[in-house]
Design a protein around this ligand. Sequence first.
Ligand code: LMR
Length: 423
Amino acid sequence: MAFRTGISRRMMMRSGFGLRSMSSWWGSVEPAAKDPILGVTEAFLADPSPDKVNVGVGAYRDDNGKPVVLECVREAERRIAGKLNMEYLPMGGSVNMVEETLKLAYGENSEFIKDKRIAAVQALSGTGACRLFADFQKRFRPDSQIYIPVPTWANHHNIWRDAQVPQRTFHYYHPETKGLDFASLMDDVKNAPNGSFFLLHACAHNPTGVDPSEEQWKEISYQFKVKGHFAFFDMAYQGFASGDPERDAKSIKIFLEDGHLIGIAQSYAKNMGLYGQRVGCLSLLCEDEKQAVAVKSQLQQIARPMYSNPPVQGALIVSTILGDPELKKLWLKEVKVMADRIIGMRTALRENLEKLGSPLSWEHITNQIGMFCYSGLTPEQVDRMTNEFHIYMTRNGRISMAGITTGNVSYLANAIHEVSKSA
Ligand code: LMR
């Protein structure tokens, strides 16, 4: 069109045609909506107030509000220093890291690991693992849907949307009890078509901090068996619920004992504090080794045009820690310290609210577990927390307990009390 016969280039430039067409390449692009979680961090960073508090993003802070690098990670870094070459990892990532990671989820002496029945690849943390799985689901079960709990981590919706897998929802949280809506959850599981895909949070549900009890997991697993559903576990917080990674893998253990072929997304962002290293793992338990080899090769083929192969540094840190009994012990101790500090802050926040004479019940703060408290504050109340008190949190009322410290807990409690007392 631009080089139509009879119109010289100079004429086109003089008329402004060239400029207009150049500037129109992206003219229709509107700014994207702010991310409901990471957008909160952006707003927090832009606020000059000395009082500001960030309880938005789920990232662990020490009692001074500072990011933490675990001692086991520092030691692993010292050991690695100077020894790391910069070669590509295989498409499936670090074999050692993946092997150690599977032991955490499937059990140290898992027969599935021994029998090589697990197709597993290193992934770009939990998000990358979920995305790889969603693409795999689309490619090999193109007519399937994914059932997602209400509510869930906001990015789950984006992940399956971009993978073009249709989404359905299932009941999970009960706003009145601020606990699990188990009866409705079970109804949804029963009413879903046989052989449906479900996304489950293995522990420390994000954003609610509400997990099924062991008995309830058993019932869910049983019903999944009856219906032939597929369980895909997002396990982003292993260790953060109880302080013990093995205990936090209980839901997985129950499903494995019941003979399910499950999928798991694992992440070291939270439990090793390796947020920016983007290290995690996607695994799918298969019927036999042959199937696992085929599935793994397809996962690698999905990864190849996206990012070719995963980054090396974080994987080496993880395999160094988990491959050394002393360092692993130190890691387990440090996970417990993080989980315990959060549990302590739950008690402190609740006590502060009760001391202020809040007429509302804050029992759920200590009942819920993991990194988050689903406070029950409305989006309007959250807006007041931010505008009047410079407290940054997601508009669904989620509070990252990891951002609370002995220094800011009473300020936070006071703000919650102020915005909620007339409710
Ligand atoms: C969160 O839920 O805050 C974290 O998982 C960080 C993220 O990427 O959203």
